[in-house]
Design a protein around this ligand. Structure first.
Ligand SMILES: Nc1nc2c(ncn2[C@@H]2O[C@H](COP(=O)(O)OP(=O)(O)OP(=O)(O)O)[C@@H](O)[C@H]2O)c(=O)[nH]1
Ligand SMILES: [Mg+2]
Length: 369
């Protein structure tokens, strides 16, 4: 599962990427220029999960495996520069969601491509660029259909109808994620990978002095109000974080990081939350397997059946599935972290093939090969 970090130049994308991944890519006071040598940077990040920490403490396994997500950092987009942005957008198309970094920190020494900090303007401009990118694709495709029609080729009416529907919305500056599509349309849309349908998470990159300030709460409220007024069917999560400090924290040993965070009045690194929100934005949940060898989080899409979930571990377990023995993490904790007690309390469930696995289920699969 892949999330691309994006946003305008100098908003702090690489800083946030470093904070998330603990890597140390160079950050610059000038905008990164796209050259043939510029490669997207990729980092895998463990999804922080106290439940996994707890289970590890109880089972003391040889190995603990967290769920992971992949982040990508590249150059930023530039307002109105369609050909430059197309290169950035190509990369977005490959992602499952975008983390949109919006600059909220003031710093005279770092050029702001739009001249000043204005978070709502940047959010609107970004949305407009996504819409423009989609509109270009739709128009090109419609043109092709027309050319083929002239040559006497049979037209794909359903495809054309869908494209015209998208075009109308995009021309009215409506993102495609706000439109209703039926199942057939959704299927036809998939190969286009429209930008404005992507799940988005907004990360407000705030200044060191603005942590927990009202100013930032106002920025957050204004952005949410904008999305609501723009008729968005769902408002993207808006999160504030100080990239610069979090990047420093990510380089520290855990104990020092803890003290540093406490001094600053930060309960938990915002990066943890960003990572968890990313996971949820992708529609992902975790189930756990536990034992002396390994405590492990497995990533599945919400709604995955027990039998399919078994296939994540091994195709044999899916094929020879008999049943799933399930205790939810909450029930396990309320039984004093004791499976026997959970059984006595009737919280230990036997589930069949079609049981939709829930986030936090601790599962033991019974199978036969
Ligand atoms: N004061 C302050 N400076 C920051 C913060 N976040 C990033 N910066 C600085 O802003 C500059 C740009 O940060 P980058 O992370 O390189 O920004 P970017 O979005 O990756 O920039 P491009 O890739 O060039 O588009 C660097 O000098 C950072 O140190 C912050 O929270 N506070
Ligand atoms: Mg950068």
């Amino acid at each position: 599962m892949k999330l691309t970090i994006t946003g305008f130049s100098n908003s702090g994308k690489t800083t946030v990427f470093n904070a998330l991944t603990g890597l140390n890519l160079p950050v610059t006071t000038y905008p990164t220029v796209i050259t043939p040598e510029l490669e997207p940077q990729i980092g895998m990040v463990k999804v922080p999960d106290v439940r996994i920490e707890r289970l590890t403490a109880v089972f003391d396994p040889k190995k603990t495996t967290y769920a992971t997500v992949e982040y990508v950092d590249y150059a930023g987009i530039t307002k109105g520069d369609v050909s430059h942005n197309a290169k950035v957008f190509n990369l977005l198309k490959d992602a499952d969601a975008v983390v949109h970094v919006v600059r909220a920190f003031e710093d005279e020494s770092i050029i702001h491509p739009m001249g000043s900090v204005d978070t709502v303007r940047d959010v609107k401009s970004f949305e407009a660029e996504l819409i423009l990118g989609d509109l270009e694709l739709v128009e090109k495709r419609l043109q092709k259909i027309e050319e083929q029609a002239k040559k006497g080729k049979k037209q794909d009416e359903a495809d054309k109808h869908l494209l015209l529907k998208c075009k109308k919305a995009l021309e009215e500056e409506v993102s495609l994620r706000n439109l209703e599509f039926n199942e057939e349309e959704k299927r036809l849309m998939l190969p286009y990978q429209f930008l404005s349908t992507m799940p988005e998470i907004i990360a407000l990159n705030i200044g060191e002095r603005d942590i927990n300030s009202d100013k930032i709460k106002n920025f957050q409220n204004e952005i949410e109000a904008y999305f609501k007024s723009a008729g968005q069917s769902s408002v993207p999560p808006v999160l504030s974080l100080c990239g610069k400090i979090e990047m420093e924290i990510a380089q520290l040993p855990p104990e020092e990081a803890k003290v540093f965070l406490e001094d600053l009045g930060i309960a938990e690194p915002a990066m943890n939350m960003l990572c968890r929100i990313s996971y949820a934005a992708l529609g992902l949940i975790s189930f756990f397997t536990v034992g002396k060898d390994e405590v492990r989080a497995w990533t599945i899409k919400k709604g995955t059946s027990a039998q399919q979930a078994a296939g994540k571990i091994h195709s044999d377990i899916e094929r020879g599935f008999i049943r799933a023995e399930v205790v939810s993490y909450e029930d396990y904790v309320s039984s004093g972290e004791d499976m026997v007690k959970a059984k006595e309390k009737g919280l230990f469930r036997l589930e069949g093939k079609t049981y939709p696995v829930r986030d936090g289920d601790i599962i033991n699969f019974k199978f036969n090969v």
